[in-house]
Design a protein around this ligand. Structure first.
Ligand SMILES: CC(C)(COP(=O)(O)OP(=O)(O)OC[C@H]1O[C@@H](n2cnc3c(N)ncnc32)[C@H](O)[C@@H]1OP(=O)(O)O)[C@@H](O)C(=O)NCCC(=O)NCCS
Length: 181
């Protein structure tokens, strides 16, 4: 079978409403990130970013109670993951990554829809994230998904050499609906 989410799956998410858990194509599996995933996660991370999280960063994140989500293809290969941190009544998207060879197949869109739906399931109806202005691909995805820019953190990210890059702070909020606490 094809490994492309786009060709296998249902429709592009409706980003305007209350986030719903997307249907997965046959054989695809969502999971919670555990210690067993950390080797594969850190390996993908090291190829996906110029300034990646370390394996220890993921380990600490899970220990701190953040929610790690994994997506595996029908062969059981890890292809994407996300890390969510609940803070009071908001969910922070700390990390969302698609394996570099699997990018631009709709998996980032799928993972973001999963992250938003997971947040809703936990009765958190606002998501916040930071993104580099230079990360135009991710930025395009977030704007498509209904996020709006609410601020900018000066020099937030390390950049090439000793330089720093700002972070754009993006937010999306939606009504609590029937699931509201
Ligand atoms: C950002 C990321 C998660 C997107 O995942 P993806 O699977 O490649 O994205 P999708 O295929 O679902 O793309 C959805 C839409 O986002 C936009 N987009 C994604 N990547 C893009 C790129 N490289 N250039 C331009 N637009 C892009 C497009 O609008 C795309 O829709 P289209 O393919 O129909 O044109 C992925 O590129 C990634 O892991 N990047 C490295 C890690 C990273 O930067 N994470 C975000 C940190 S804030």
């Amino acid at each position: 079978m094809s490994v492309s989410y786009r060709s296998d799956a249902t429709d592009t998410p409706d980003w305007t409403g209350i986030p719903a858990m997307p249907a997965l194509a046959n054989g695809w599996a969502l999971g919670r990130m555990s210690a067993l995933d950390l080797h594969a996660v850190a390996e993908i991370e090291s190829r996906a970013y110029t300034h990646p999280w370390t394996r220890g960063n993921f380990e600490n994140s899970i220990k701190a109670g953040h929610m790690g989500l994994t997506l595996r293809d029908p062969l059981g290969t890890l292809v994407a993951y996300a890390v969510l941190m609940p803070v009071v009544d908001e969910m922070h998207l700390l990390n969302i990554t698609v394996e570099p060879h699997r990018q631009r197949q709709g998996l980032g869109r799928l993972m973001l829809a999963v992250a938003l739906a997971t947040s809703h399931t936990h009765h958190l109806h606002t998501m916040l994230l930071e993104v580099r202005p230079s990360n135009t691909g991710a930025l395009a995805l977030y704007l498509e998904a209904g996020f709006v820019e609410i601020g900018r953190r000066k020099g937030y990210y390390p950049a090439a050499g000793n330089a720093r890059e700002d972070a754009l702070v993006l937010r999306r909020a939606w009504p609590g609906g029937e699931d509201a606490a």
